[in-house]
Design a protein around this ligand. Structure first.
Ligand SMILES: [Zn+2]
Length: 67
């Protein structure tokens, strides 16, 4: 492919440039920072559910659910 990708700014806000949306690992760093800020993934889900006025359902992968 001869398409030249324009470097983009990393979405985490670090000011770095990358080919995709993230410098490798920075998406996880942003997730961690958000979780830290709101008090964890469970809190984050609760906040987002409040904003969206609906619940976030986890789509189970092909594993059969154990009861
Ligand atoms: Zn970054």
């Amino acid at each position: 492919m001869a398409i030249k990708l324009q470097p983009k700014h990393c979405q985490c806000g670090c000011g770095g440039t990358c080919k995709g949306n993230w410098i490798p690992g920075h998406d996880q760093q942003l997730r961690k920072a958000i979780e830290h800020e709101v008090g964890g993934l469970v809190e984050l889900r609760r906040i987002v559910e409040e904003l969206l006025h609906r619940s976030i359902d986890v789509q189970p992968t092909q594993h059969t659910r154990k009861h």
